[in-house]
Design a protein around this ligand. Structure first.
Ligand code: ZN
Length: 302
């Protein structure tokens, strides 16, 4: 198998593989046909990690981005932002670190609404992705980078920045996709995090879920088009279910999708199918990019 030279990883928070019934699952309400098609070919990855309770973001993301079972490490599923033990795990074992140690260029494409990166470094609450980016890149993208389109704001349009005083131009999800594709093709691995899906799931408002899925779909449509013929791979995955079941505002026990595409088509199916749960994603991806040959077949209860 040929090693992957460029990977664009789109991490979509709170999207599980749910019901086909559009009354329950807005993914099937006609608002995101591209995502729907991608999920049709997705491998289902367990997010419960063999730990009782509903899977949560801090432990799910730490597991996804390190290959270690973070929920088992701390004995429970942890919401939101990682505490000291999880931050240590992320700093030591994260995906960016593993690739950077092998000479690969990695980058977190999300923009932060800040002019000075020290404000992020000193912030008490840091997401798993923030901890990972700071520990390997030593920085994150600030407004300066967003101004030259060398960053993508998390909402895909920058509209959420307006109430915070942002006076720059708004963009379309299509333009955000072009910006991410350009960043991705300049690095071996570029990560973008979209969490409006999880936020919408927690509102319990079906119409809100449809809006954010629609924006995501416009973004994915152009991102896939831009990557055709470049040789780059697109990886889309999540940390736990939520928005796929709008009968509840809580996270779900649903498996999460793992989509691995090149030229807009699913590839390496047999390889991807060996990923059993969130612990398998990072070692699998490092193997796909580096041919490490390490055993990455995962089992949460191992
Ligand atoms: Zn989450």
């Amino acid at each position: 198998m040929k090693l992957a030279e460029h990977v664009i990883m789109v991490f979509v928070d709170g999207v599980g593989m749910g019901s086909d019934d559009p009354a329950v699952n807005p993914v099937h309400s006609g608002v995101c046909p591209v995502l729907e098609e991608m999920l049709l070919h997705a491998v289902r990855v367990d997010a419960t990690l063999g730990v009782p309770g509903l899977p949560q973001s801090a432990t799910g993301q730490a597991t996804l981005l390190t290959g270690h079972n973070a929920a088992r490490l701390v004995g429970r599923h942890v919401e939101g932002f990682p505490g000291p033990a999880l931050r240590d795990l992320v700093r030591e074992h994260n995906l960016f670190r593993q690739l950077a140690d092998r000479g690969r260029t990695v980058t977190f494409a999300n923009a932060y609404y800040l002019d000075d990166v020290r404000a992020v470094m000193e912030h008490r609450r840091q997401s798993v992705t923030t901890v990972m980016a700071l520990s390997v890149e030593g920085t994150v993208r600030t407004m300066e980078r967003l101004a030259v389109n060398d960053a993508v704001y998390q909402d895909l349009t920058r509209e959420a920045l307006r109430p915070r005083g942002y006076a720059g131009p708004l963009v379309t999800p299509e333009q955000s996709a072009e910006h991410l594709a350009a960043i991705g093709l300049r690095h071996h691995l570029a990560l973008f995090e979209y969490f409006q899906t999880d936020r919408a799931g927690h509102t319990g408002v079906y119409a809100e879920a449809r809006v954010v899925l629609g924006l995501l779909d416009r973004f994915l449509t152009v991102l896939r088009e831009r990557l055709v013929g470049t040789g780059a791979y697109l990886l889309l995955t999540s940390d736990h279910g939520n928005v796929e079941d709008m009968t509840s505002r809580r996270h779900t026990l649903a498996p999460v999708p793992l989509v691995w595409e090149q030229d807009g088509r699913p590839v390496d199916r047999a390889s991807v199918e060996r990923i059993m749960d969130l612990t398998g994603v990072t070692p699998w991806l490092v193997d796909r990019m580096e041919g490490t040959g390490v055993a990455w077949v995962s089992k949460a209860d191992r």
